[in-house]
Design a protein around this ligand. Structure first.
Ligand SMILES: [Fe+2]
Ligand SMILES: [Fe+2]
Length: 197
């Protein structure tokens, strides 16, 4: 499953995937792992806010328990990264207020378009997160097996959320392709930002 290619010249600073010689100015291994924890904590916070936004609109409808189950899993993901950010003294994303508002707005906004659009939002976000977690899993250093196992478990739960969205008619949402592409692009941009800021 993991990329096992090695550049063979040594001095790669423990890169597990994407191995190449570290250049001056490149982040150290510890900085790379800290960046991963920062973006994951921000992302799980954003995910929790998306479901809070959806529940604010759809909380009294028959779909609410399905949303609540996913929200509960996001809560557990967030709790885990909150613990890691504390244990490892990683600076959280400075854009927390943005994730607070943007996550809720995305959840509530899509829910206002209807249940299927809310599900389309989940599918698009989780597809982007699946890619993101898979890339992290493959590039974590060899001595981060515990973190790799956490990320892989969460990735599989995100895929369950994607499947839940598809089972509940995501693809029948109005303007599904457009909505999905926009949300996925936005999610990737948010990941890029939260890794850095
Ligand atoms: Fe999550
Ligand atoms: Fe999720």
């Amino acid at each position: 499953m993991r990329a096992e290619w090695r550049n063979g010249t040594g001095g790669t600073d423990g890169y597990a995937g994407n191995r190449r010689r570290r250049l001056p100015g490149d982040p150290t291994q510890a900085q790379r792992v800290a960046r991963m924890i920062r973006v994951d904590q921000a992302g799980e916070f954003g995910a929790k806010r998306i479901y809070e936004g959806q529940l604010a609109v759809l909380g009294d409808t028959p779909i609410a328990p399905v949303l609540q189950h996913m929200a509960d899993q996001e809560r557990e993901h967030l709790d885990t990264f909150n613990r890691l950010i504390g244990d490892r003294q990683v600076r959280p994303s400075a854009l927390y207020p943005l994730w607070h508002v943007a996550g809720f707005a995305l959840g509530a906004g899509t829910a206002l378009m209807g249940e299927k659009a809310a599900m389309a939002c989940t599918v698009a976000v989780e597809e982007a997160i699946d890619e993101h977690y898979a890339a992290q899993r493959d590039s974590l250093p060899d001595d981060e097996e515990d973190l790799r196992a956490i990320i892989e478990r969460f990735r599989l739960e995100e895929l369950e959320h994607r499947d839940t969205g598809l089972d509940h008619g995501a693809a029948q949402a109005p303007a599904y392709r457009l909505l999905s592409t926009a949300i996925k692009t936005g999610t990737r941009a948010a990941i890029w930002l939260a890794e850095r800021v």
